[in-house]
Design a protein around this ligand. Structure first.
Ligand code: DC
Length: 231
């Protein structure tokens, strides 16, 4: 436990889909006694709420905006694993389904949804000691985070990692299709009007294309230790 400091900082990790942000952030947080906050899960929870209430995210946008106050999202932790609760119901597994991924990407383009969730995320991060991952953490949610990391990998590498993950789970898939999916998600995230994904000016670029998972985790942990020592 000698990795745990009492001078905890706020860490913002942003980057494109499939770069390994959440698994790297989760492991670094566990080793260093930080709280890990997955903000993508919150966009997914809003999408699940819309789906379950028969709201067409693209066509009934105003209706969704008007009903945002009815959405109660809570986060709890089970051995460092973030569990998501939507109006009291555990949706941790539900938000990983494909319709939730597609829906999350649609709700993430709505400025009012972003304001609603960013407000919640700022409150969660205000006392420090958090590693928060997403697309706009360093640029919008925690602009004063002591450490900002932009974690990325090449399109081919991200598609290959997803391919291997599926194959290991016995899910049939096509590499070229997965690659096209990665390109489409990048385009959505980087070109939307509201808080598009971009590297904050003061973020450190961490390209994990040629790094193993453990190397990426070690790099993040070393950056945290160095930043803690400076603060
Ligand atoms: O990281 P993820 O795949 O769970 O994110 C789901 C969607 O939410 C994705 O389309 C990007 C969006 N998102 C966002 O716009 N801002 C964040 N801070 C986190 C996720």
């Amino acid at each position: 436990m000698d990795e745990m400091s009492d001078k905890k900082i706020s860490v913002a990790i942003d980057g494109p889909a499939g770069a390994g942000k959440s698994s790297v952030a989760k492991k670094a947080a566990k080793d260093m006694g930080y709280v890990y906050i997955d903000t993508g899960a919150m966009y997914r929870a809003v999408a699940v709420w819309a789906i379950e209430n028969n709201i067409d995210i693209k066509n009934d946008t105003q209706k969704l905006i008007g009903l945002l106050d009815n959405i109660k999202i809570d986060v709890s932790y089970d051995e460092n694993v973030q569990r998501m609760h939507l109006n009291g119901k555990d949706v941790t597994e539900r938000i990983r389904e494909n319709d939730a991924s597609m829906g999350a990407s649609a709700v993430a383009t709505i400025p009012e949804v972003r304001v609603f969730l960013v407000d919640m995320q700022r409150k969660m991060g205000e006392n420090g000691g958090v590693i928060m991952d997403g697309r706009d953490i360093g640029t919008a949610v925690l602009p004063n985070a002591e450490l900002k990391i932009y974690l990325t990998a090449s399109v081919e590498e991200r598609a290959m990692r997803r391919y291997k993950e599926y194959i290991e789970k016995g899910i049939e898939c096509d590499y070229e299709e997965l690659k096209a999916d990665v390109i489409k998600r990048d385009e959505n995230d980087m070109n939307r009007k509201a808080s598009p994904l971009r590297q904050a000016d003061d973020a450190i670029l961490l390209d994990t294309t040629d790094k193993t998972f453990d190397e990426a985790v070690d790099t993040v942990k070393n950056l945290i230790k160095a930043t803690e020592a400076k603060n």
